[in-house]
Design a protein around this ligand. Structure first.
Ligand code: PDD
Length: 280
């Protein structure tokens, strides 16, 4: 692969970052994942806007303009011949060559890294026809989940707990209420109503979430943005998740309880189709 690091396009084996980088030592960094379909970026604008917000919230300077960032995304997609896949972008606070809890001097340059992931079959994914099985776990992450930081250890642990249980993913639960999946936003469907947690500091403000809710409203579907418990979820007709890497993914089982007849249902597959049709 050709990757991008601090202004240069390099073979992945030649790209390097300092061992003192605060992304490495302190998880002091933010990221974005943008999908690619038919060689084109999906919702780049949404991701660029959220990136600015994450950087602002952490008082980190943005090392690249939106126009240049778009150009780097496009160039990597071109160089790596990505038809379907993902572009990963990470910006960390960089380093001034030592470890310290205090931020380095303001003139310290952030580190910016981008790479592509080739994922043929991302849109026509057999997993989406089958639906995902999830377990529920306690949400013990920090209180600013609206900032897309690279602190992903707990979500990784959740993913492993799900795998050990023979499932695909974990939904995180705080005070009895579902926050979100390890790397996606969570929804349940009751009758014609789509229910999903309202935006706040407890969840990431999904770019796919915003688009899917917009399309659902345009299709006259009813939407309720409110907390729902894991017990309410287990009694729902359907459930699903959204993310840039999996679009709309039906959920067919929660903690061993099948939803409806244990197949993807009516609403989630339709939303997936609408999303893919509208965005590509
Ligand atoms: N994850 N919630 C969490 C905790 C996430 O990590 C993500 C995305 C989402 C969905 O956001 P969006 O629709 O903007 O992708 C919600 C990315 C895909 C990842 O970590 O790979």
């Amino acid at each position: 692969r050709t990757v991008y690091v601090n202004g240069q396009y390099l073979p992945e084996t030649e790209a390097t970052v300092s061992i003192f980088d605060r992304g490495f030592l302190m998880a002091d960094g933010v990221y974005e994942v943008t999908s690619v379909l038919d060689g084109k970026l999906i919702d780049f604008d949404g991701h660029a806007i959220r990136l600015s917000r994450s950087l602002n919230e952490l008082e980190m300077k943005n090392p690249i303009s939106k126009a240049d960032l778009l150009e780097v995304h496009r160039e990597l997609v071109r160089l790596n011949e990505i038809e379907e896949g993902l572009v990963y972008l990470q910006i960390t606070r960089g380093s001034d060559g030592d470890r310290d809890f205090a931020y380095p001097a303001p003139e310290t340059e952030p580190t910016i890294v981008l790479f592509t992931q080739n994922k043929p079959g991302l849109a026509d994914n057999p997993a989406a026809r089958k639906g995902a099985k999830v377990i529920s776990i306690e949400d013990i992450r920090w209180g600013r989940r609206d900032i897309k930081t690279v602190q992903l250890l707990y979500p990784s642990m959740g993913k492993m707990m799900a795998k050990k249980a023979g499932c695909d993913d974990a939904w995180m639960v705080q005070d009895g209420y579902v926050t979100e999946g390890t790397s996606n936003n969570a929804y349940i469907v009751k009758g014609n109503k789509i229910i999903t947690r309202a935006l706040g500091n407890e969840i990431l403000h999904g770019i796919t979430r915003a688009a899917v809710l917009r399309f659902a409203r345009e299709a006259q579907m009813e939407i309720e943005e409110r907390n729902f418990t894991i017990d309410e979820a287990k009694e729902a007709d359907e459930a699903f998740t959204t993310s840039a890497s999996a679009f709309v993914m039906p959920v067919v089982e929660i903690d061993g309880v099948a939803l409806g007849d244990g197949t993807p249902g009516r609403v989630a597959p339709r939303l997936r189709e609408i999303y893919l049709d509208e965005m590509r």
